[in-house]
Ligand binder design. Sequence first.
Ligand code: HEM
Length: 218
Amino acid sequence: MDKKIEWFRLVVHIGAWGTLLVLILVNFFNPNSVNPILTFEHHTGTAALIFLILSLAGTPVGSILEWKDFAKRKKALGVYGFMFAAVHVLAFLWLDYGFQFKFIFNVVKNTVYIWFGLAAFIMALALAITSFKKMKQLMKKNWKRLHRLAYVIAPLAVIHFFLIVKANILTLQGNVIEPLIYGSIVLILLLVRIPPIKRGLINLRTAIQSRTRRPNPV
Ligand code: HEM
């Protein structure tokens, strides 16, 4: 058993469940919480986005930085991203609207930012339920095709965020900084997959490694 891999795996699982526990405690068991439902909705949305971004980082971090343990956990990170998105949607349906589907349908129909969130959520759901080994074997080539949606989910979630804070990137109006940071990270993670950029970064890493490596004692 490789102990290093097991440690990183532990960090991912404890990190995700620990975050969920902290978000529940901070929002619902805190007497100073002013609007616990809305802040819980915001916090779980942010956590979903962060885990989806970490999952998207798996492949480039594995190939460019050679951090293979991280790359191995990209599936778990993506599933946790979906878990936080599901809690986020549940908070919206249950805590915010008490499952009153007539109202919910009207809100969803008339709110553009929800369309983007919903699209991201449905795609994340499709990836989560097909994330098992058995499904991969059953779906064969279609599994890879379907899992290309991973490149679309995080950008859709970032647009959802931009629309919520009514941010305007050109005039920097609204609370633009936070979605801009997430958007830039997503853009970088997509750009570093382009083969010439990826090759350039791998060459840079090997050049730095060979310069900093100590010569072997004779
Ligand atoms: C993968 C799917 C999704 C992700 C990653 C996501 C992420 C986010 C993020 C980052 C925020 C802003 C948090 C902040 O302001 O700090 C947010 C807010 C919100 N999201 Fe989502 N979301 C998703 C899907 C959905 C869906 C499907 C719905 C509704 C059906 C939804 C409803 C909301 C609402 C109501 C807010 C708060 C808006 C407000 O401040 O008025 N989200 N979400």
